[in-house]
Design a protein around this ligand. Structure first.
Ligand SMILES: [Zn+2]
Length: 250
Protein backbone atom coordinates (compact mmCIF):
# COMPACT_ATOMS: atom_id res chain seq x y z
CA UNK A 1 0.00 0.00 0.00
CA UNK A 2 1.39 3.40 -0.96
CA UNK A 3 1.99 5.72 1.93
CA UNK A 4 -0.16 8.85 1.94
CA UNK A 5 1.76 12.04 1.24
CA UNK A 6 -0.79 14.22 3.01
CA UNK A 7 0.63 16.17 5.93
CA UNK A 8 -1.33 17.55 8.86
CA UNK A 9 0.09 20.57 10.63
CA UNK A 10 -0.88 23.81 12.36
CA UNK A 11 -0.24 26.96 10.39
CA UNK A 12 -0.66 30.72 10.61
CA UNK A 13 -0.96 32.88 7.48
CA UNK A 14 1.77 35.51 7.21
CA UNK A 15 1.29 36.76 3.67
CA UNK A 16 -0.72 36.10 0.54
CA UNK A 17 -0.05 37.01 -3.06
CA UNK A 18 -1.90 36.58 -6.29
CA UNK A 19 -0.92 33.53 -8.27
CA UNK A 20 -0.77 33.18 -12.06
CA UNK A 21 -3.74 30.83 -11.77
CA UNK A 22 -6.42 33.51 -11.47
CA UNK A 23 -8.43 31.65 -8.84
CA UNK A 24 -5.50 30.71 -6.63
CA UNK A 25 -3.46 32.57 -4.08
CA UNK A 26 0.06 31.87 -3.03
CA UNK A 27 0.54 32.21 0.71
CA UNK A 28 3.38 32.20 3.22
CA UNK A 29 2.57 30.15 6.30
CA UNK A 30 4.39 29.71 9.60
CA UNK A 31 3.80 26.17 10.85
CA UNK A 32 4.20 24.39 14.17
CA UNK A 33 6.65 21.82 12.81
CA UNK A 34 7.65 22.59 9.20
CA UNK A 35 8.96 26.13 9.75
CA UNK A 36 7.93 28.78 7.23
CA UNK A 37 6.54 27.34 4.00
CA UNK A 38 4.90 28.39 0.74
CA UNK A 39 1.34 27.16 0.35
CA UNK A 40 -0.78 27.30 -2.79
CA UNK A 41 -4.48 27.75 -2.12
CA UNK A 42 -6.56 26.81 -5.13
CA UNK A 43 -9.90 28.48 -5.67
CA UNK A 44 -9.31 30.88 -2.81
CA UNK A 45 -10.11 33.97 -4.85
CA UNK A 46 -13.41 32.63 -6.12
CA UNK A 47 -15.05 30.80 -3.30
CA UNK A 48 -13.69 31.55 0.14
CA UNK A 49 -16.92 30.09 1.55
CA UNK A 50 -15.78 26.72 0.30
CA UNK A 51 -12.79 27.07 2.60
CA UNK A 52 -14.50 28.74 5.53
CA UNK A 53 -11.44 30.93 5.77
CA UNK A 54 -10.44 34.43 4.67
CA UNK A 55 -6.67 33.77 4.48
CA UNK A 56 -6.03 37.16 6.05
CA UNK A 57 -2.73 37.60 7.93
CA UNK A 58 -2.55 35.91 11.35
CA UNK A 59 -5.48 33.60 10.68
CA UNK A 60 -4.50 30.11 11.74
CA UNK A 61 -5.63 26.56 12.26
CA UNK A 62 -5.13 22.95 11.29
CA UNK A 63 -4.05 22.49 7.70
CA UNK A 64 -3.93 19.41 5.56
CA UNK A 65 -1.20 19.88 2.96
CA UNK A 66 0.02 17.99 -0.04
CA UNK A 67 3.68 18.52 -0.96
CA UNK A 68 4.40 19.45 -4.59
CA UNK A 69 8.02 20.26 -5.37
CA UNK A 70 9.33 22.83 -2.91
CA UNK A 71 5.90 24.01 -1.82
CA UNK A 72 2.62 22.66 -0.53
CA UNK A 73 -0.97 22.66 -1.76
CA UNK A 74 -3.69 23.27 0.82
CA UNK A 75 -6.40 20.61 0.80
CA UNK A 76 -8.23 21.43 4.05
CA UNK A 77 -8.13 24.25 6.63
CA UNK A 78 -9.91 24.24 9.98
CA UNK A 79 -9.59 27.80 11.29
CA UNK A 80 -9.22 27.95 15.08
CA UNK A 81 -7.05 31.00 15.66
CA UNK A 82 -7.64 34.70 14.98
CA UNK A 83 -5.71 37.69 16.29
CA UNK A 84 -7.01 39.54 19.39
CA UNK A 85 -9.93 41.89 18.71
CA UNK A 86 -7.85 45.08 18.90
CA UNK A 87 -5.60 43.69 16.14
CA UNK A 88 -8.55 42.62 14.01
CA UNK A 89 -9.86 46.18 14.20
CA UNK A 90 -6.54 47.51 12.89
CA UNK A 91 -5.75 45.83 9.54
CA UNK A 92 -2.50 47.78 9.14
CA UNK A 93 -1.23 46.55 12.48
CA UNK A 94 -2.37 43.04 11.65
CA UNK A 95 -0.37 43.14 8.44
CA UNK A 96 2.64 44.73 10.16
CA UNK A 97 2.87 41.98 12.81
CA UNK A 98 2.61 39.26 10.15
CA UNK A 99 5.27 41.01 8.03
CA UNK A 100 7.60 41.31 11.01
CA UNK A 101 7.38 37.55 11.61
CA UNK A 102 7.73 36.82 7.89
CA UNK A 103 10.86 39.04 7.74
CA UNK A 104 12.53 37.40 10.71
CA UNK A 105 11.97 33.69 10.09
CA UNK A 106 13.95 32.04 7.33
CA UNK A 107 12.43 29.37 5.17
CA UNK A 108 13.07 25.74 6.19
CA UNK A 109 14.60 26.84 9.47
CA UNK A 110 13.58 25.56 12.86
CA UNK A 111 11.29 28.17 14.32
CA UNK A 112 9.49 26.48 17.22
CA UNK A 113 10.19 29.31 19.62
CA UNK A 114 8.92 31.95 17.20
CA UNK A 115 5.85 29.80 16.58
CA UNK A 116 5.16 29.43 20.31
CA UNK A 117 5.51 33.16 20.90
CA UNK A 118 3.21 34.09 18.03
CA UNK A 119 0.56 31.58 19.17
CA UNK A 120 0.79 32.84 22.76
CA UNK A 121 0.23 36.38 21.52
CA UNK A 122 -2.72 35.41 19.30
CA UNK A 123 -4.40 33.67 22.24
CA UNK A 124 -3.50 36.27 24.85
CA UNK A 125 -5.96 38.38 26.83
CA UNK A 126 -3.73 41.44 26.59
CA UNK A 127 -4.65 44.51 24.60
CA UNK A 128 -3.21 47.75 23.30
CA UNK A 129 0.42 48.81 23.49
CA UNK A 130 1.09 46.41 26.37
CA UNK A 131 0.13 43.42 24.22
CA UNK A 132 2.29 44.57 21.30
CA UNK A 133 5.20 45.40 23.62
CA UNK A 134 4.93 41.99 25.33
CA UNK A 135 4.85 40.22 21.99
CA UNK A 136 7.90 42.08 20.65
CA UNK A 137 9.80 41.66 23.91
CA UNK A 138 9.22 37.89 23.91
CA UNK A 139 9.64 37.54 20.15
CA UNK A 140 13.04 39.23 19.86
CA UNK A 141 13.97 37.43 23.08
CA UNK A 142 13.55 33.97 21.57
CA UNK A 143 15.59 35.16 18.58
CA UNK A 144 18.41 35.86 21.01
CA UNK A 145 17.94 39.61 21.37
CA UNK A 146 17.02 40.41 24.92
CA UNK A 147 15.78 43.67 26.30
CA UNK A 148 17.67 44.10 29.57
CA UNK A 149 19.90 41.15 28.87
CA UNK A 150 20.79 40.74 32.52
CA UNK A 151 17.66 42.13 34.19
CA UNK A 152 17.75 45.47 36.02
CA UNK A 153 21.52 45.48 36.37
CA UNK A 154 24.27 47.27 34.50
CA UNK A 155 25.22 45.22 31.44
CA UNK A 156 28.85 46.29 31.79
CA UNK A 157 29.79 46.21 35.49
CA UNK A 158 26.87 44.14 36.83
CA UNK A 159 25.77 46.68 39.45
CA UNK A 160 22.09 46.43 40.48
CA UNK A 161 19.80 49.32 39.58
CA UNK A 162 19.92 51.83 42.43
CA UNK A 163 17.51 54.51 41.22
CA UNK A 164 18.78 57.62 39.50
CA UNK A 165 19.59 58.19 35.87
CA UNK A 166 20.62 55.10 33.98
CA UNK A 167 21.03 54.50 30.27
CA UNK A 168 19.90 52.00 27.73
CA UNK A 169 21.50 50.78 24.53
CA UNK A 170 19.06 49.49 21.91
CA UNK A 171 21.82 47.79 19.94
CA UNK A 172 23.21 45.72 22.82
CA UNK A 173 19.93 45.44 24.72
CA UNK A 174 21.24 46.23 28.16
CA UNK A 175 21.15 48.89 30.81
CA UNK A 176 24.20 50.95 31.55
CA UNK A 177 24.86 52.60 34.93
CA UNK A 178 25.95 56.23 35.29
CA UNK A 179 29.64 55.45 35.79
CA UNK A 180 29.87 53.00 32.89
CA UNK A 181 28.01 55.40 30.64
CA UNK A 182 30.69 58.03 31.24
CA UNK A 183 33.28 55.51 30.08
CA UNK A 184 31.39 53.72 27.27
CA UNK A 185 28.11 55.55 26.63
CA UNK A 186 28.99 57.44 23.47
CA UNK A 187 30.33 54.31 21.84
CA UNK A 188 27.18 52.33 22.70
CA UNK A 189 24.76 54.99 21.47
CA UNK A 190 22.87 55.01 24.73
CA UNK A 191 20.03 57.20 25.83
CA UNK A 192 18.67 57.87 29.26
CA UNK A 193 15.93 55.70 30.67
CA UNK A 194 13.61 56.93 33.38
CA UNK A 195 13.01 54.81 36.46
CA UNK A 196 9.29 54.23 35.75
CA UNK A 197 10.06 53.07 32.19
CA UNK A 198 12.66 50.68 33.52
CA UNK A 199 10.22 49.27 36.07
CA UNK A 200 7.47 48.88 33.46
CA UNK A 201 9.73 46.81 31.25
CA UNK A 202 10.88 44.63 34.13
CA UNK A 203 7.20 44.11 35.00
CA UNK A 204 6.29 43.36 31.39
CA UNK A 205 8.85 40.55 31.35
CA UNK A 206 7.23 38.98 34.41
CA UNK A 207 3.50 39.22 33.63
CA UNK A 208 1.71 36.35 31.90
CA UNK A 209 -0.05 36.55 28.54
CA UNK A 210 -3.35 36.74 30.41
CA UNK A 211 -2.51 39.90 32.31
CA UNK A 212 -5.36 42.29 31.49
CA UNK A 213 -4.01 45.71 32.49
CA UNK A 214 -2.70 47.90 29.63
CA UNK A 215 0.05 49.64 31.62
CA UNK A 216 2.91 50.24 29.20
CA UNK A 217 3.73 53.93 28.69
CA UNK A 218 4.58 55.57 25.39
CA UNK A 219 8.29 55.76 26.38
CA UNK A 220 8.54 52.09 27.34
CA UNK A 221 6.72 51.08 24.16
CA UNK A 222 9.10 53.15 22.03
CA UNK A 223 12.13 51.69 23.76
CA UNK A 224 10.96 48.17 22.87
CA UNK A 225 10.26 49.21 19.26
CA UNK A 226 13.75 50.71 19.01
CA UNK A 227 15.26 47.45 20.23
CA UNK A 228 13.07 45.40 17.88
CA UNK A 229 13.96 47.35 14.76
CA UNK A 230 17.63 47.41 15.70
CA UNK A 231 17.49 43.62 15.30
CA UNK A 232 14.78 42.87 12.70
CA UNK A 233 15.02 44.79 9.44
CA UNK A 234 11.60 45.77 8.11
CA UNK A 235 10.43 48.54 5.79
CA UNK A 236 9.85 52.10 6.96
CA UNK A 237 6.12 51.59 6.33
CA UNK A 238 5.95 48.64 8.72
CA UNK A 239 7.92 50.52 11.41
CA UNK A 240 5.58 53.47 11.03
CA UNK A 241 2.53 51.29 11.76
CA UNK A 242 4.05 50.17 15.08
CA UNK A 243 5.20 53.65 16.12
CA UNK A 244 1.95 55.37 15.18
CA UNK A 245 -0.08 52.73 17.06
CA UNK A 246 1.86 53.79 20.14
CA UNK A 247 1.10 57.46 19.58
CA UNK A 248 -2.62 56.88 19.40
CA UNK A 249 -2.41 55.56 22.93
CA UNK A 250 -3.61 52.05 22.17
ZN1 LIG B 1 28.08 49.82 35.23
Amino acid sequence: MARSKYISTHGIILDKRLHRDERAISSVVLTSDLGKIDVLIRGARKDTHKWGASFEPLEGGEMILYPVGDRYVLTAFQVDTLPPVFVRKNPMLRMAIATLVDSSVMKDNESYAEWDTLVSFLHSKMAGKTAIAKFLLEYIGVMGYRVFMSGATCGICGKKYDGGVWYYTPYEGYLVCEECNVLHGVKLGTYTIAEDVLREIVKLKRVSWHYGDDFISEDAYRLILDRTFATIPVSEAVRHVFYSFGRKGG
